[in-house]
Design a protein around this ligand. Structure first.
Ligand SMILES: Cc1cc2nc3c(=O)[nH]c(=O)nc-3n(C[C@H](O)[C@H](O)[C@H](O)COP(=O)(O)OP(=O)(O)OC[C@H]3O[C@@H](n4cnc5c(N)ncnc54)[C@H](O)[C@@H]3O)c2cc1C
Length: 375
């Protein structure tokens, strides 16, 4: 079967992969995106915070993403039912929009710009040499050679494995997350409310569009089977102990379909090797309560696009620029992961939680870190 050549091959058509593909294509690069699924991914985050919105605005996407999303600028936190603090977001706040809709918008831009997508594509082999990835072979025999290769292929990244980059995944063992979508309630329409309890539970209620409420429940793992397999009524009894101002959602929680989500922190030993780099969940994972994964991923994609274009197809220069300009992203990621870990460790303890909480990291992300000047 014939070998296809391109400037950049991206594995994974999630937010990171699609956004990078769009940026590169706009700057004249020939880009092929390989996605194992039949289309872009359907499940993912709902909150795009101000730093991510600013990245999209820099590339003319602010109106497009904002048009159908819901803007909020305020989250109220509770502990054992008492309101303990309000977090307010400057500059128009954050956007609530289901992940698939967000990725679909960027995917549509990619398609208009002429990015080539190979959906339903299973990778059979990734040939790696001294200079990074030499060739990708699909299970159906197709081959792809590219000047640069980006693994935007999620937490179990095959590109990362092929490059031999070590990773450490640490599941949040004290917390199982469940999520459900129920009809919109008045309390959620008014305010995003996030509850913690001394027993190590959490519950988050927020509106999704004009008709639905999304509910996240986090609970100690030893309670999960009893609550979610033996009978949901016990869930409402537990929530009544610490959820004080969202009880209008309780009835619909009984019949909701609860999906289980594993949450882990992940750190990697390197962000690139030769001509190949890792992006998004292939490169890092932090606690979802930071709400910043997408924002950092969008900024990373901007830097990667700059680096790849500046290298102009020279593999030695590409390796050097990746080293100088992309590897340092690890510092920002580490700070975010550490922050998520600190929050997760204090959910049960009001004072410790308030001491760990950093409003600037929730609202401004890495821009709050003086050491982190954007390049
Ligand atoms: C529960 C939870 C809640 C979160 N909430 C927020 C939030 O509110 N705000 C926020 O900013 N961030 C949040 N995040 C983080 C955010 O979801 C990620 O930062 C973001 O989705 C990363 O995008 P991505 O493109 O790397 O990954 P993904 O969306 O995971 O995309 C990876 C793609 O690669 C494909 N793929 C995988 N393997 C292969 C392969 N071998 N070949 C081809 N394709 C492959 C997959 O099918 C998928 O399409 C949350 C994360 C979790 C777990």
């Amino acid at each position: 079967m014939a070998t296809t050549s391109c400037d950049v091959a991206i594995v994974g058509a999630g937010l990171g992969g699609c956004f990078l593909a769009m940026l590169l294509r706009r700057r004249g690069q020939n880009v092929v995106v390989i996605e194992q699924g039949p289309s872009i991914p359907s499940a993912g985050a709902d909150f795009l915070k101000p730093p991510g919105l600013r990245v999209l605005a820099r590339h003319g996407l602010a109106d497009l993403v904002g048009r159908h999303g819901l803007r909020r600028d305020h989250i109220r936190y509770y502990h054992d039912g008492d309101p303990i603090q309000d977090c307010r977001f400057p500059d128009g706040g954050f956007l609530i929009r289901p992940y698939r809709e967000l990725v679909e918008l960027i995917y549509t831009c990619c398609a208009v710009e002429g990015v080539e997508f190979w959906f339903g594509a299973e990778i059979g082999d990734i040939a790696v040499g001294e200079g990074g990835v030499e060739e990708l072979t699909l299970a159906d025999g197709r081959r792809l050679r590219a000047g640069a290769v980006v693994g935007a292929d999620g937490t179990r990244s095959l590109v990362r494995q092929a490059l031999g980059i070590e990773q450490v995944t640490l599941p949040y063992e004290r917390l199982i997350m469940r999520v459900a979508t129920v009809p919109l309630t008045e309390s959620a329409a008014r305010l995003n409310r996030l509850y913690f309890s001394s027993d190590g539970w959490l519950a988050y209620f927020y509106p999704l569009g004009a008709e639905q409420t999304r509910v996240f429940v986090g609970l100690p793992p030893e309670r999960d089977e009893e609550i979610f397999q033996d009978g949901i009524p016990a869930l409402v009894d537990e929530l009544k102990k610490f959820v004080s101002e969202s009880s209008d959602a309780f009835d619909s929680l009984q019949t909701a379909a609860w999906q289980r989500i594993k949450v882990s922190a992940m750190r990697v030993a390197a962000y690139h090797r030769g001509n190949a780099a890792l992006l998004g969940s292939a490169a890092f994972a932090c606690h979802p309560m930071t709400g910043m994964g997408m924002s950092y991923t969008l900024r990373d994609a901007e830097i990667l696009a700059d680096v790849i274009c500046a290298a102009g197809g020279d593999p030695v220069l590409l390796d050097r620029l990746m080293h100088e300009r992309y590897e340092p992203r690890g510092n920002a990621h580490r700070r975010l992961i550490d922050y998520g870990d600190a929050l997760a460790a204090t959910f049960h303890d009001r004072d410790a939680y308030l001491a760990a909480f950093r409003e600037d990291l929730h609202t401004r992300g890495e821009a709050a870190e003086p050491a982190l000047q954007l390049i």
